[in-house]
Design a binder for this molecule. Structure first.
Ligand SMILES: [Fe+2]
Length: 527
C-alpha cells in the first residue's frame, strides 16, 4: 500500500516548489512519518534525470505497483500520493544536499518531475525517491559546467529507435557503463505498433497486441519498455536529454496529419486527440521539465542547453510544425514539390529561433539534436536523384536555409546528430546538394537504432548503393548500437559502438569505426 493523501493535504504540500533545503546527514528513517503498510514496490519503472543545467536537473519517477494493469493506471489508487526525494553528494546519502516532496497525481499517471536547483555546476549527484516504506533504486546524475566556463571536454552518447519487438536493449547497458556527461535520445523511444510476434521469441500478453491509440494503451506501451533493466540502468546512470520522432505518436505523422493510409485517425480532430494522449503518456514517462509538459496536442520540445562555451546543444522538433510529406510518405525521383520554397520541416517560428541562435551562439561547437537525416540520401547510383520524402530530402528549402545560415552567420562548427534511419552514417552536409561544386558547411553523424531492424549487418545492398550514389557519405554500417562522442576544443570524435546481435540478451559492444571533425574544418575525417 502506498501512502494516500487527501487532495487538500496534497495541495498543502505545494508540489515541487515546496522542496525543503537541508544540509548535512540524514539517512531516511525506515519508519518515517509517511510509512505505510507495503503492498508492492511502486518503483517498477525505475528512476531518471534529465535536462541538466549548471545548477540542477529534473528528476523523474512514475509510481506503478502493477505496471501492466490494462487500464494504464499502474495499479495505483485514484488519489494523489506523496513522493519524497533526496539528492546527495554520495551514493550512500550521507551528504544530502536537497530533500523535499512532490505529489504524484492520477491525472499524470502518478509520475513526478521535481526540478532541483541550487546544485554545484559540473558535479555528480545521487538521488532517490521514497513512498511510505519503499525506497527507489539510486540514480546518478550530473550538472553542467557554468555557462561562462570554458570546459576542456564533453563526453556524451546519442541513441534512438528502440523497437521492443525487434530485440533486447543491451546497448543501454553499455551506455550505462560509459563515463558520460549525459545521453541524448533522438526519438522513437517507443513504437506505437502492437507487440505480438517479436524477434525476442517470447510470448506477449494479448493486451499488448493492439496498436497504441489512447492514453491507457500508450501508458501500457511505456510500461512494457520501461521495465527493461538495461533502459532503467542507463537512465539511472546518466541524465538524458530527450526529444521525440514519429513513433512516439504514429509512423510518419506530420503536424496534425496522420500517416496517409491509417484509417481511424484521418480526421484531424481524431488525430489531434491521439497526439494529445501520446504526448501525455510520453511526458509521464520521461525526465522532462515542466516547460515540456504538453497542453492537449501541443508540446514545446525544442530548446537549447549550453555546455559552457564549449558546446551548445540545440534540440529541434521536425514533426509538430512540418508540412505534410510531399508526394506521399514514400520516395522517388520525380517529386518537384519537395523542392518548393514554401515547404517547411521546422515551421517559421522554430526556424527563426534556430537561426537567431546561430547568430548569438558563443559556443565552439554547435550541436543540433535532429530526428531524421538532414544530408541527402540518393538511392540511385545513376544520374537520377532518388530520395525518401519524410526526412529533410522532402524539405529541401529548409535544409538549404539552415545550412546556408550556419555558414553565413559564422557558426564555428555545426555538427548534426541524428537518428531515425536504423543505420550508421558519417557524412558531409553540403550547402546545396543540387550544385556539385557546393561547399561542405557542416557534418552529420547519423546513429543507428538500439534495436529497430533486429540484428542487422555491417554492410547491406542499401549500403553499397548509398556509398556509390552519395560521394559525401564516408561511412555506412547497419548493425545496432549507439554513438559515443568526445568533444574538446580542437576536435570532435564519434565512435560508432555496435553490437553483434540484439535478438538475444547480453551482446558485447565494440567500436566499429571512429570519425573526427577538426575545429573550423567542416566535414568528416578518418580518426
Ligand atoms: Fe525508428
Amino acid at each position: 500500500m502506498v501512502t494516500r493523501m487527501s487532495r487538500r493535504h496534497a495541495l498543502g504540500l505545494g508540489g515541487a516548489g515546496a522542496a525543503a533545503v537541508l544540509l548535512g546527514t540524514g539517512a531516511w528513517n525506515a519508519a518515517g512519518a509517511f510509512a505505510a503498510p507495503r503492498a508492492g514496490n511502486p518503483f517498477t519503472l525505475g528512476v531518471a534525470s534529465g535536462d541538466p543545467a549548471p545548477d540542477g536537473v529534473v528528476l523523474w519517477t512514475r509510481l506503478a505497483t502493477d505496471p501492466f494493469a490494462v487500464d494504464g493506471k499502474g495499479g495505483m489508487p485514484a488519489t494523489p500520493v506523496r513522493v519524497e526525494y533526496e539528492v546527495a553528494r554520495d551514493e550512500r546519502f550521507r551528504a544530502v544536499v536537497r530533500r523535499g516532496s512532490v505529489v504524484a497525481t492520477p491525472e499524470l499517471g502518478h509520475s513526478v518531475h521535481p526540478e532541483i536547483h541550487g546544485l554545484a555546476p559540473d558535479h555528480v549527484y545521487f538521488y532517490r525517491f521514497r513512498v511510505g516504506g519503499d525506497i527507489s533504486p539510486v540514480g546518478r546524475t550530473r550538472t553542467l559546467p557554468p555557462c561562462h566556463a570554458n570546459p576542456r571536454q564533453l563526453d556524451f552518447a546519442f541513441a534512438s529507435c528502440q523497437a521492443w519487438q525487434d530485440g533486447y536493449f543491451t546497448a543501454f547497458d553499455h551506455i550505462a557503463a560509459d563515463d558520460l556527461d549525459f545521453v541524448v535520445h533522438l526519438g522513437d523511444y517507443l513504437y506505437e505498433y502492437g507487440v505480438g510476434a517479436n524477434k525476442r521469441g517470447v510470448t506477449t500478453d494479448p493486451r499488448f497486441h493492439t496498436e497504441t491509440f489512447d492514453l491507457a494503451r500508450y501508458r501500457l506501451q511505456y510500461s512494457l519498455y520501461k521495465v527493461e533493466a538495461p533502459l532503467q540502468n542507463a537512465h539511472a546512470a546518466h541524465p538524458f536529454i530527450m526529444t521525440f520522432d514519429d513513433h512516439e505518436v504514429e509512423n510518419n505523422w506530420a503536424g496534425d496529419i496522420s500517416e496517409i493510409d491509417n484509417e481511424p485517425d484521418q480526421d484531424r480532430a481524431v488525430f489531434r486527440q491521439r497526439r494529445a494522449d501520446a504526448f501525455q503518456a510520453m511526458y509521464e514517462n520521461l525526465p522532462l521539465r515542466r516547460a515540456q509538459m504538453p497542453t492537449g496536442p501541443d508540446i514545446h520540445i525544442y530548446r537549447r542547453l549550453n555546455y559552457g562555451r564549449l558546446a551548445d546543444l540545440t534540440m529541434i522538433d521536425t514533426r509538430q510544425y512540418r508540412d505534410d510529406q510531399p508526394c506521399g510518405d514514400g520516395g522517388g525521383v520525380d517529386c518537384a514539390d519537395r523542392l518548393s520554397p514554401t515547404r517547411t520541416i521546422l515551421g517559421a517560428t522554430q526556424r527563426d529561433w534556430l537561426l537567431n541562435g546561430f547568430s548569438r551562439s558563443k559556443a565552439r561547437w554547435q550541436i543540433l539534436g535532429n530526428q531524421a537525416p538532414m544530408g541527402q540520401t540518393d538511392r540511385d547510383p545513376g544520374p537520377a536523384v532518388d530520395v525518401w520524402y519524410d526526412p529533410w530530402d522532402g524539405y529541401v528549402a529548409d535544409r538549404n536555409q539552415v545550412l546556408a545560415a550556419a555558414q553565413d552567420r559564422g557558426v564555428r562548427n555545426l555538427v548534426v546528430i541524428t537518428g531515425d534511419r536504423h543505420q550508421n552514417y558519417a557524412w558531409d552536409l553540403k550547402r546545396d546538394y543540387a550544385d556539385p561544386t557546393s561547399p561542405t558547411v557542416a557534418t552529420e553523424f547519423v546513429g543507428t537504432s538500439v534495436t529497430s531492424g533486429a540484428d542487422g549487418a555491417d554492410m547491406t545492398p542499401d549500403g553499397e548503393r548509398f556509398l556509390a550514389a552519395n560521394p559525401h557519405l564516408k561511412f555506412f554500417n547497419s548493425q545496432r548500437g549507439y554513438v559515443r562522442v568526445n568533444v574538446n576544443r580542437d576536435r570532435w570524435q564519434s565512435d560508432y559502438r555496435v553490437l553483434p546481435y540484439v535478438t538475444r540478451p547480453g551482446a558485447p559492444v565494440s567500436t566499429r569505426a571512429s570519425f573526427v571533425v577538426e575545429d573550423r574544418v567542416p566535414g568528416v575525417q578518418e580518426a
